[in-house]
Design a binder for this molecule. Sequence first.
Ligand code: ATP
Length: 445
Amino acid sequence: MSAKPANDVMEKIVSLCKRRGYVFPSSEIYGGLGSCWDYGPLGAELKRNIKTFWWDAMTNRRDDIEGLDAAILMHPQVWVTSGHVANFTDPMVDCKKCKARFRADKLEEARCPLKPSKSPLECGGELTEARKFNLMFKTFMGPVEDESATVYMRPETAQGIYVNFLNVKNSSRQKIPFGIAQIGKAFRNEITPGNFIFRTREFEQMEMQFFIHPSEDDKWFEYWREQRWQWYESLGIRMSKLRWHQHGEGELAHYAKAAFDIEYEYPFGWHELEGIHNRTDFDLGRHMDATKKDLRYFDERFPEKFVPYIIETSAGCDRTLLTTLVDAYDEIEVKGEQRVFLRLSPKISPIKAAIFPLVNKEGMPEYAEKVYHDLKRKFKVFYDDSGAVGRRYARMDEAGCPFCITIDGQTLQDQTMTVRDRDTMEQSRMTFAQIVDFLDTKVNG
Ligand code: ATP
């Protein structure tokens, strides 16, 4: 891949997302809404594939993790107990000159709206004292809009898992160590959202909480770090673009014993993609104190009842999607023309293969349509018969489609078709049965 300036790459990705139907600005015909984005046809498919890929790895392929889909609105006391009402705050400062608001702990990365090349520390404007700003969105439940009707839009999916610990344990008959996984929306009234879908106010999380005996926490923490690292590798992310960041003394949440982030090198710098945390017995302990429900665990293998420790893996779905796009984006010159390739892994690409009749005559469209309809039952495929084949390839390369299947004169003679690989550009001839096997291996691994 060629080196390109950061902003340039992000601008190109945002524009490609709009052009090809990955991501659109929310409510665009009304002028958009700050940092809210909608997923278009290809984006919705990619997001669904990423979630399925995570869900498969974290639940379906394991015996020790159960799934959950908890409500976004929860009892407001949950957020008092968890500490979010008191502490889920970011320090906020205002610029007295331009009135812009910034996170006081991220001033170096922030840009002055009047002088975008400078940070608010360098632009000459005077900043107010930092004050705490709670990031939780509030709404009202029922017809009366007063304090007692306040409920929160969950800022993380984890609490839905903790309050269901007993329900899941009892109904699934899982024994410790076991985990609960959940994918769902979370809301944070971020002071400075931005960088496209990297930091938004409404986003989706893919979280797993693993319940263990306190004596085994270091072992399981290491295990989950390794598993999560490998997951990004199997997703096809370039490993040279990932690194670990260990939370130091000042950064570590007061209840956490250890925390590591997996960071990715985005065009705008290294940033967190996922956090892996040893949350100790803090969460279940707090909910037990608040509700007086016994959340301790016992079975014959342990000498006494204990409050389980929790190892958490917490990933952002939208941020993973952005990472796959950034990682896959490539521009190269082909026959004197600058061309864009979105080198998404076939495991998550929205379209797995495109089917083209070489020309719209001599029985080729009929044959191609049959191939399309037969493949559609197993894979997400796309039919295209308009324009020169070269142009059709180019459209599919940019849309992230890994394989193109062309039906030509020889197909009608020997039933073989050309399968062209987006990344190697190699073409090989295969029968329909071979294509099904080939796609199955590439898509399902
Ligand atoms: P940050 O320090 O960037 O605000 P965080 O440490 O508060 O993030 P966590 O609470 O650990 O993040 O959330 C887990 C994951 O959820 C993050 O690693 C990220 O992928 C995702 N995430 C968190 N906040 C946002 C957001 N505003 N927009 C998109 N994804 C987010």
